[in-house]
Design a binder for this molecule. Structure first.
Ligand code: OFO
Length: 170
């Protein structure tokens, strides 16, 4: 049986991952209205990835015999200004999630739960990738500024992203 405090913190993390999904869907909606279909599609792939992150925690709690307690998902921001502002906000959000995963890891270490430490290592590595991919887009957008042609090129490029859930080890 998993430590009660740790199970509670993982339940809170499930809420954060589902909020992330919601936030990226909200960003997708803004891009869709702006006819930036590639960026909208990138956000959709990102939202699917967040759903996967949430369900991975969900399944882990079930596997460890703990209850999954779903809470209200906060309304995400709906007012955005530009692609650059959105991707900057995504980066800040991912930094917040990284901090939260690190705190979970600290707790798993504190309560001596080796199984959860091993499980969380996947998220620690994943967050490095999450931050790096958004940071790269922020840099590209900063470089092109308001240049319409550049935005269209990035949009086309980002549209090629798809989400394939990683194979789960047995
Ligand atoms: Fe789940 O990593 Fe982004 O938020």
């Amino acid at each position: 049986m998993i430590n009660e405090k740790l199970a509670k913190a993982i339940n809170e993390q499930i809420n954060k991952e589902l909020y992330s999904e919601y936030l990226y869907l909200s960003m997708q909606a803004w891009f869709a209205n702006e006819s930036l279909d590639g960026m909208a599609s990138w956000m959709n792939a990102q939202a699917q990835e967040e759903h996967f992150h949430a369900m991975k925690f969900f399944n882990y709690l079930v596997e460890r015999g703990a209850r999954v307690i779903l809470k209200t998902i906060e309304q995400p921001t709906v007012d955005f200004e530009s692609p650059l502002q959105i991707f900057k906000m995504s980066l800040e959000h991912e930094q917040f999630v990284t901090k939260s995963i690190n705190e979970l890891m600290d707790l798993a270490i504190k309560v001596n739960d080796h199984a959860t430490r091993s499980f969380l290592q996947w998220y620690v590595d994943e967050q490095v990738e999450e931050e790096a991919s958004v940071d790269k887009i922020v840099n590209m957008l900063q470089r092109i500024g308001d240049h319409g042609h550049g935005i269209m090129m990035i949009d086309r490029d980002l549209g090629s992203r798809t989400f394939t859930p990683p194979a789960e080890e047995e």
